[in-house]
Design a protein. Structure first.
Ligand code: F6R
Length: 617
């Protein structure tokens, strides 16, 4: 069955919207708590509007949430009563990082307020027109244009004011709008930029992030693109093109996405430690342990025996998960498989036919580059499948079939457990495709049997944490690091190198070990440690030769696995099958990067210039 999708424009910035309305009297604290929890996503200014009846207060600040929190506590007493509010975190696009450019934006009298995600493409023309009328603008943003337009179209009713305004806007947006004179109402609009609404016994919550709602609500409502909703007290009405639409709230069962650092210094290390549990959760959902079969319904949409080619599309760490997946699809399922970087794929011709399946991999849910390719494949009626971590995400709502990796909320910007979950799911997928093709059962069972052992083997690696930490700390003394691997370890070398760059800010390069002599050797000397992934697999001896090439030049070697004979540092690992070795080496690489970055005192969970969801193209 093919799911019809509505017009989908992409969110062009990395801003977040929150809102609350209900029985609680401390809306300012509710919103600040939310902003704090979501701070890891990265932004450069934040603002809130809170109200009680027609009494309203707006507070804005540039910088981290702590700056806004300090400002709020100097302006609002803890005991002050506010029963509704909207909040916004901004990643500057139109105009610099200033309080004036921070949301909410308001009408001239500040009675209408709006928070906006996305982009208004015709804002310059509208702004000129409004200025010519008499309006004064205080910011450089496209969003303020919306507030002034609402003012210009005001007719006493918030809903009809919004309905009159929307046709004048072109672009992609999610809006949450309040009006002083209707303090028990809000209007919420969605066109190409996500925004959800959830409800619990205390009130109504809005968020552009499904995960944020997971902490608080029992029921959730999605708007489709082009729809708006008028919320009044506990009721809501949905409208599109002037007509009412009826839709019920859905039960929201993502309560397990709780976000707490517990006793850990960083989310990243907590998430690395969670990997055995994530693995077990995936096993529970996908594998029938009693008879060693895969749950066919967990791979719904994969039964098509005619797929002759699979094309993975992804970015960053998800790309490396797909890269590793492509090795497994080729070697285990024997299907031709390509893997493409989404931002590049947009410029390449699409090979869309019945025998090709496009698989989109994303740990978050809103990566603009990946979504752009998905849209192009869908426009050509290609077969699509997603591998995503978050239930209710944009990608998962736009494709035919897919599977949730169920890694749980990942807070550290550097992806760890989401990567492991993606690679585990793709491994099972390759096994499923293989088993569908009736190839030998003993090999299938052997792979699955060893796969079940991985959580315990990961725990064994954790027992070496102190040793790995000491090597990670040594690495912090260098300015360049090389990562080498062969066969299944090549994607891990790339992923490791990315992780190192991200969180330690140390320059690193990854190469297939066989490529060393084709150029990179010229760069290496005794100041560049080589991290060598050297599992005892089919290519062990080829790797040993490469290792000796390095050793002959007396360069520093950290050997992961192998026998350690030629190494300056050695990290032994337990045995497993060749196909499964990346599940072990990746844990070592994550730990090395973590301890190295920690020694350097880096902001590990929120590395500079990076954000968790990359919704910009
Ligand atoms: C790196 C990292 C990023 C993401 C990339 C794609 O640790 O997390 O490289 O993998 O931005 O994001 P998703 O997977 O959300 O599509």
């Amino acid at each position: 069955m093919r799911v019809l999708i509505s017009l989908y424009l992409f969110q062009k910035n990395m801003c977040w919207i929150y809102g609350y309305m209900g029985d609680a009297t401390n809306t300012h604290q509710i919103l600040l708590r939310w902003l704090n929890r979501l701070e890891y996503r990265g932004y450069d200014s934040a603002g809130i509007l809170v109200g009680y009846g027609s009494e309203q207060k707006i507070v804005k600040s540039v910088g981290k949430v702590s700056a806004l929190t300090n400002k709020v506590s100097s302006l609002i007493a803890e005991s002050d009563v506010y029963t509704y509010g909207i909040a916004h975190t901004r990643w500057a696009t139109h105009g610099g990082v200033t309080e004036e450019n921070t949301h909410p934006h308001t009408s001239t009298e500040s009675d209408i307020a709006v928070v906006h995600n996305g982009i208004i493409e015709n804002y310059a023309k509208l702004k000129k027109w409004l200025i010519e009328k008499w309006y004064t603008f205080y910011s450089e943003t496209d969003s303020e244009v919306i507030a002034k337009l609402l003012e210009d179209n005001r007719d006493g009713e918030l809903l009809s004011t919004v309905e009159k305004t929307l046709p004048m806007l072109s672009g992609a947006y999610a809006l949450l709008i309040t009006h002083k004179e209707s303090p028990r109402s809000m209007v919420w609009v969605r066109l190409g930029s996500p925004l959800l609404f959830g409800r619990n016994k205390d009130g109504i919550y809005f968020s552009s992030d499904a995960q944020a709602l997971a902490w608080v609500v029992d029921e959730i409502l999605h708007l489709e693109d082009g729809e708006l909703a008028h919320i009044h007290e506990w009721n809501y009405s949905i409208r599109a093109q002037g007509k009412n639409i009826f839709r019920n709230l859905e039960v929201f069962d993502e309560k397990d996405l709780l976000v707490s650092k517990w006793d850990y210094d960083h989310f990243m290390i907590k998430e690395v430690d969670e990997q055995p549990a994530v693995f077990k959760r995936i096993l529970k959902w996908r594998v029938n342990i009693e008879d060693m079969t895969l749950h066919a319904d967990a791979f719904h949409g994969m039964q098509n025996e005619n797929y002759k080619k699979i094309v993975f599309v992804a970015c960053g760490t998800s790309y490396y998960a797909a890269f590793l997946g492509s090795y497994r699809i080729k070697q285990i399922a024997w299907i031709h498989c390509d893997v493409e970087i989404a931002s590049e794929m947009q410029y390449l011709p699409l090979d869309v036919n019945d025998e090709t399946l496009y698989i989109f991999v994303s740990q978050s849910w809103e990566t603009a580059d990946t979504l752009e390719v998905l849209k192009s494949v869908r426009d050509k009626w290609g077969n699509t499948f997603w591998i995503v971590n978050v239930v209710g995400s944009s990608i998962s709502r736009m494709t035919d079939f897919g599977l949730f990796t169920r890694a749980g909320a990942e807070i550290g910007v550097a992806s760890t457990k989401a990567f492991v979950a993606q690679t585990a799911c793709i491994f099972l997928l390759s096994l499923f495709l293989w088993s569908r093709r009736n190839l030998t059962k003993w090999r299938h069972d052997q792979l699955l049997q060893w796969f079940l052992e991985i959580p315990d083997l990961m725990e064994e690696i954790f027992e070496q944490k102190k040793h790995i930490q000491s090597i990670g700390e040594e690495l912090s003394k260098y300015t360049d690091i090389f990562y080498l691997g062969r066969w299944y370890q090549v994607p891990i070398a790339f992923e490791w190198s990315l992780k190192m760059k991200e969180i330690s800010y140390i320059h690193s390069e990854a190469y297939p070990a066989g490529e060393l002599k084709h150029g990179p050797l010229a760069l290496i000397d005794e100041n560049v440690p080589i991290i060598f992934l050297h599992p005892k697999d089919m290519v062990f001896h080829h790797n040993t030769s490469s290792l000796q090439e390095v050793k002959a030049r007396k360069w520093l070697i950290c050997e992961v696995w192998g026998d350690g004979e030629d190494a300056d540092w050695h990290i032994p690992l337990p045995d497993t099958l060749d196909e499964l070795s990346p599940f072990l080496t990746v844990v070592v690489t994550q730990l090395l990067a973590y301890y190295c970055a920690k020694r350097l005192g880096r902001d590990i969970d929120k590395p500079r210039n990076l954000a968790k969801s990359v919704t910009v193209k």
